[in-house]
Design a protein around this ligand. Sequence first.
Ligand code: NAP
Length: 247
Amino acid sequence: MTEHTSRVAVVTGASSGIGEATARALAAAGYHVVVGARRLSRLRRLADEIDGTARQLDVTDEASVAAFADALDRADVLVNNAGGAKGLAPVADADLDDWRWMWETNVLGTLRLTKALLPKLIASGDGLIVTITSVAALAPYDNGAGYTSAKHAQAVLHRTLRGELLGKPVRLTEIAPGAVETEFSLVRFDGDEERAAAVYRGITPLLAADIADLVAFVASRPPHVNIDQIVVKPRDQADAGRFSRQA
Ligand code: NAP
């Protein structure tokens, strides 16, 4: 275990997309960033670039989370970012394995990491938990119940902590993005590049760096300022299913 004198930020799901961009932004803001995900080679490349620490992490695996948490000497910021969607199907045709993946990763993954790091976040004297939920945590949409229900549950878990941790030196921020162009849709559609590209066709989506900027902004506020929730969408998106698309 390396002793760190600078503040330590932990970012889950940092091997791509929002997590990777967030790790870069927090490193630029002066944090030592510990990046976790399952694809270790990607994490190592990133950690080399930002002078951070790469650690393999599967948020669905108790032993992996315990080993990840034990290896940290301190934690000042936790970004619960690991997550995603699998499939797009009406409830009548729901794939139970897809649902299990979404609930295990988004909901129980956030629960596992939060539980494991909470003592260190409190001990830091100025802890911050940022959870990346989604506009899917704000309203349901047709064919999306596996993801919207998981994101609602993840958000309610996060929001509950705001009350339960009152009096403790930990701030809580939920960031609920609309469409961000990352590997999200590729994962959702099981590697189907054509289908994934169609999600962003004709709109100017958010970039991972747009969300990372918000995390860095939240983390740079003074300790008495708690930004509870940020909802951020592309200008071309009104809600989860309503877009203005150029032909
Ligand atoms: P992404 O590019 O697919 O990134 C997802 C990250 O989660 C990857 O680094 C992946 O790493 C990690 N991950 C998945 N399962 C994991 C597990 N079991 N253990 C540890 N890490 C795991 O997608 P993204 O858009 O950046 O998604 C990040 C977060 O933003 C997710 O929570 C997503 O629900 C949310 N979000 C995305 C959008 C969007 O439009 N893109 C909108 C709203 C909210 P490994 O595969 O290497 O483990």
